[in-house]
Design a protein around this ligand. Structure first.
Ligand code: AVJ
Length: 701
């Protein structure tokens, strides 16, 4: 501490005195018996915390820095926090309150002597740099004052106590995507706040104020504690075991506070809720908990009000920052790193300002309610995640066109039909009298959506291809009616279609979390969100676009992206009278022909090609051998086409056919065999009355 001036020594001594006065004042109103009792297995007897404050100070300053022997021989055995769990401390031969106070005074005298020793710190001990060890001891004592207040509140002892100040709710703020500097390098920051480092965060929204009692009353009134779908599995297990119906201490319009029932103030931040309750509340609100990084970014930007009224649960497990180094000992933070704790941020009304740094990380088990903890809500700014970079779609189109037009026969993958116009035309196809597929599938879903919801037990619906959202609604309604619906994920290649679909779904299913993934069915299945118990739907016989080689590859990739027990709902068009099949792809109004030709428009629009659509003809044929509709565009005349973006020129002979799409037709046995082959177990099979279309429900095994 050679760099520390006499003035800073005096300042440290003053802070130590102030902290000690606060500790003694806190316990002043309590009797010796109240101090000695173990009130709850969750909390130490108050007299243990008191003597532990002295033991910690002696261990770090008198012993570690001053090189002195312990003030209390049995201190290590009785008051080291790692020797005995909290629930066993009441049974130890603890010092009585008077002896504990005396112990603290004796320790303190030695601390002041060490602090005054001018020769200290000359050898550059990092513990002494900027007086770190004194900061450690000071913060430790301040933190125990809060812990003791928790004990006093939990025990229901009469005490002046305190509570959060009202912070009326006031909407949310948008935090733009970009970097945040996380952590601290202040001299007295804890190891778990270090190193100060930078992280990129996606844009998010966060409430300007914590959740209030008023909000929580609505949650309780809406059956929040009874609605299984709002809770995680772990959270529900806690709720069932605990029987909680409201935050700890709530009565009928009252809240129990330090031994008295007070009227509930609707504008006060809610407190005494555990992480599981916070998470269920967030889900009920159509929101989520912020991560600790999001919280810190918004807090450091000055966007949050009401910080320091209640600790705020975050979604983050307690882990070390990149480059973490335990200092001065692993027992402060490192031994607690892992999944079982959640981080709390901000500090409560009971937290001393010296501890309530914006970078300060508190942590506790997700079931703990005795802490003065509430929450603040966050939301994704953009529910759409794009797995296709801005240039990806274009690069894939270019590669497919280059390769397809160079092969013989010429071919193009059917997915490029679906630009905005193509999606619109396909929508029109589903309304055509000849195109029975969509109606038949809807008929099956109308009859069996409830069975599918029940059999799958799903809380998350994943839809592959957003175009079919119309029919998915039947499933979503069934899941919602069964109280199961929590999350909707839609995947589509086209961002425009996807955004519309996500916005509509979010409006129609406000209690569900809706996410969109811009991605390619053949490349991005593994990256689908994995939360929840999923029902993956691939409807409309879209699987018919894959040929016999690609189908198993697709099914295997899907299976690999799923967990055992999750469900897969597959719609398939069935083999039938060829006359009806051909009619479905060669309608009288010519919509399907326009849909087919639109593929050339996509090449014209996006690659600057000069296809003359009037020189091509839509040719749908039934291939009886392969049992598929084989759709081609036939050049009516010899011609030369330029595709400037690819620096490519292609010739078509008169009558030459460009393969644009296959639409395979299925039989139950064959598709079920393919599903089994890929690792699914078919569980149910339904068809419409006429037997035109099939719906298969299988489980990943
Ligand atoms: C969207 C692939 C299921 O194969 O019936 C309709 C596409 N093509 N008319 C189908 C389509 C021409 C459709 N799928």
């Amino acid at each position: 501490m050679s760099s520390v001036s006499t003035d800073s020594r005096a300042a440290v001594a003053a802070q130590l005195a102030e902290a000690r006065a606060a500790t003694f004042a806190l316990l002043e109103p309590l009797s010796d018996d109240e101090l000695a009792r173990q009130w709850s297995p969750l909390q130490s007897p108050l007299v243990w915390d008191l003597a532990h404050i002295g033991h910690f100070e002696d261990a770090w300053i008198g012993q570690r820095v001053g090189g002195l022997s312990p003030v209390l021989e049995e201190g290590e055995e009785l008051y080291d926090a790692f020797r005995h769990a909290r629930d066993g401390r009441g049974g130890l031969p603890l010092l009585d309150p008077a002896a504990a106070r005396d112990y603290l005074c004796r320790v303190r005298n030695r601390t002041l002597a060490v602090l005054g020793d001018e020769s200290l710190g000359a050898e550059g001990d990092p513990l002494l740099e900027d007086g770190f060890v004194f900061g450690l001891v000071l913060q430790h004592e301040r933190q125990h004052v809060e812990t003791m207040l928790q004990t006093i509140a939990l025990a229901g002892l009469l005490h002046p106590g305190g509570g959060p100040r009202p912070v009326p709710g006031s909407g949310d703020v948008l935090v733009q995507a970009g970097p945040v500097r996380l952590g601290a390098d202040d001299a007295w920051a804890y190891d778990n706040e270090r190193p100060l480092h930078e992280r990129e965060l996606a844009a998010f929204r966060i409430d300007a104020t914590p959740v209030t009692n008023r909000d929580w009353v609505s949650f309780v009134g809406d059956g929040g504690y009874r609605r299984r779908e709002l809770w995680s599995d772990e959270g529900w297990a806690w709720r069932e075991a605990d029987g909680a119906e409201a935050p700890l201490g709530w009565g009928d319009g009252t809240v129990r506070r330090f031994g008295r029932d007070e009227p509930l103030d609707p504008d006060e931040p809610v407190q005494h809720v555990c992480f599981h309750e916070a998470e269920a509340f967030a889900r009920w609100s159509g929101a989520r908990l912020p991560t600790e990084e999001e919280w810190e970014k918004a807090a450091k930007a000055g966007l949050l009000r009401g910080i320091g009224e209640v600790w705020e649960w975050t979604a983050s497990p307690f882990v070390g920052y990149p480059g973490f180094r335990a200092f001065p000992y692993p027992e402060y933070s490192e031994v607690f790193f892992g999944d079982e704790y959640r981080v709390l941020r901000g500090g409560s009304w009971a937290t001393h300002p010296s501890v309530a740094r914006l970078s300060f990380r508190n942590w506790d088990f997700p079931i703990r309610r005795q802490i003065f903890a509430g929450l603040r809500l966050a939301r994704d700014a953009d529910p759409i995640a794009s797995l296709l970079g801005p240039g990806d779609r274009r690069a894939a189109l270019e590669a497919d066109v280059r390769e397809g037009l160079a092969s013989s026969p010429k071919r193009l993958p059917p997915k490029w039909h679906y630009d905005e116009e193509g999606s619109r035309l396909f929508g029109a196809i589903t309304q055509l009298p000849e195109y029975y597929l969509t109606r038949r599938e809807r008929e099956i879903l109308e009859a069996h959506a409830a069975d599918i919801a029940a059999a799958s037990g799903a809380d998350t619906l994943v839809e592959l291809g957003a175009g079919t959202s119309e029919k998915t609604r039947l499933l979503l309604d069934a899941l919602r009616a069964a109280g199961q619906l929590r999350r909707i994920v839609v995947l589509d290649v086209d961002e425009v279609t996807l955004r519309e679909s996500v916005a509509r779904l979010a409006a129609e299913y406000p209690a569900a979390e809706v996410k969109g993934v811009v991605g390619d069915l053949e490349r991005h299945l593994a990256e689908l969100p994995r939360e929840g118990r999923r029902l993956v739907c691939f409807l409309g016989s879209s699987i018919g676009n894959f040929d016999v080689e690609h189908r198993p590859r697709f099914l295997r990739a899907l299976r690999a992206a799923m967990a055992p027990g999750e469900s897969f709902l597959l719609g398939v068009d069935l083999v039938k009278d060829p006359g009806r099949l051909v009619a479905a792809y060669d309608d009288a109004a010519g919509v399907t022909a326009r849909f087919s030709l639109n593929l050339l428009s996509v090449l014209n629009d996006e690659l600057g090609a000069d296809f003359d659509l009037s020189t091509f003809e839509h040719v749908p044929r039934w291939d009886a051998g392969r049992e598929l509709m084989d759709i081609r565009l036939r050049s009516r005349e010899p011609q030369h086409v330029r595709i400037p973006a690819l620096d490519l020129e292609v010739d078509f002979a008169e009558g030459e056919e460009l393969h644009t799409e296959i639409s395979a037709k299925f039989r139950r046995e064959r598709i079920e065999a393919e599903l089994r082959e890929a690792g699914f177990e078919p569980r149910a099979w339904w068809t419409d009355e006429a037997g035109d279309f099939g719906l298969s429900l299988s489980a990943a095994v």
